[in-house]
Write a protein that binds this ligand. Structure first.
Ligand SMILES: Nc1ncnc2c1ncn2[C@@H]1O[C@H](COP(=O)(O)OP(=O)(O)O)[C@@H](O)[C@H]1O
Ligand SMILES: [Mg+2]
Length: 258
């Protein structure tokens, strides 16, 4: 479904944020994109969503090259927008409609899909936010806004859902709910996180970006979670010196809840 070949990107000439990134994702896979702050996770998701075009390398979606030229075709662009959906890290960046109902129906209406209002009701129910349908979304809590944004994307019935640190600002109960919800969803997902303990719950395959913005690991999530050397190299854990009862020793640590 997704093929990325030798993708490189830099916002400023001398500072690459992605280098030689190559991978494929098959339909139905649940991929966890791991990497420390600044490793290029958000940039990569933006490329997969066609919001940003790489300086070098190629991106194919269902065998079709995604670049400025192909997305300039209005019909192809609309089709791509329906198939690939991107949940931004900050839900406030996505919300602008007067009611939750309009927010969820907006995408289907804009893309000319049938039954926008029914889709809004269905996805509000699926996400447990039906009682909020007539409320202004900007008044809601972060967790509720996140659900509104997710409903708005799922109302398009996309094939790929790109999620950027979706649990970053959620409390533990809402995080648990989201993890279960995503697991049950029969959509290809690429989820970024630097929360290792959630990694295994968000997907079976890990793609790890190094501090040098290259792919450091691509394989089963268990394989990276058990590899302290690679985790250290990826800056996903660090070593602490501790004193317990006066005895100093060293530990690997991940600060998951920061
Ligand atoms: N719009 C931008 N302009 C300039 N630099 C950017 C921009 N977006 C991100 N960066 C820089 O690119 C690097 C990678 O960012 P990002 O993809 O957001 O990483 P991550 O999501 O892994 O934290 C960071 O150093 C960041 O400061
Ligand atoms: Mg990011």
């Amino acid at each position: 479904m997704i093929r990325v070949e030798g993708v490189a990107h830099a916002y400023h000439a001398a500072r690459p944020v992605l280098e030689g990134v190559t991978f494929e994702i098959a339909g139905g896979e649940k991929v966890v994109l791991l990497g420390c702050n600044g490793s290029g996770k958000t940039t990569l998701l933006k490329i997969l969503d066609g919001l940003l075009f790489p300086d070098a390398g190629l991106y194919f979606f269902r065998g079709k090259k995604i670049d400025r030229r192909t997305l300039a075709d209005a019909e192809f662009h609309r089709d791509f927008r329906r198939r690939v959906a991107f949940l931004f890290q900050n839900p406030d960046a996505m919300i602008f409609n007067p009611t939750v109902r309009d927010e969820i129906a907006f995408g289907p209406r804009r893309l000319g899909l049938e039954g926008a209002d029914d889709r809004a009701e269905t996805w509000a129910r699926n996400l447990g936010i039906a009682p909020l349908l007539d409320r202004p979304p900007f008044q809601l809590s972060t967790g509720e806004k996140q659900k509104v944004c997710l409903a708005a994307l799922l109302a398009l019935e996309p094939e790929v859902l790109l999620l950027d640190e979706p649990t970053g600002s959620l409390d533990p109960r809402t995080t648990g709910w989201l993890v279960d919800f995503l697991q049950d969803l029969s959509v290809t997902t690429v989820t970024t996180t630097h929360n290792l303990s959630l990694g295994a719950e968000l997907g079976e395959r890990a793609l790890v970006l190094s501090e040098k913005h290259t792919v450091l690991y691509d394989g089963a999530i268990e394989g990276i979670l058990g590899d302290e050397q690679k985790l250290l190299e990826a800056n996903l854990v660090h070593i602490h010196r501790h004193r317990h009862a006066g005895v100093e020793h060293r530990h690997f640590h991940s600060h998951d809840w920061e």
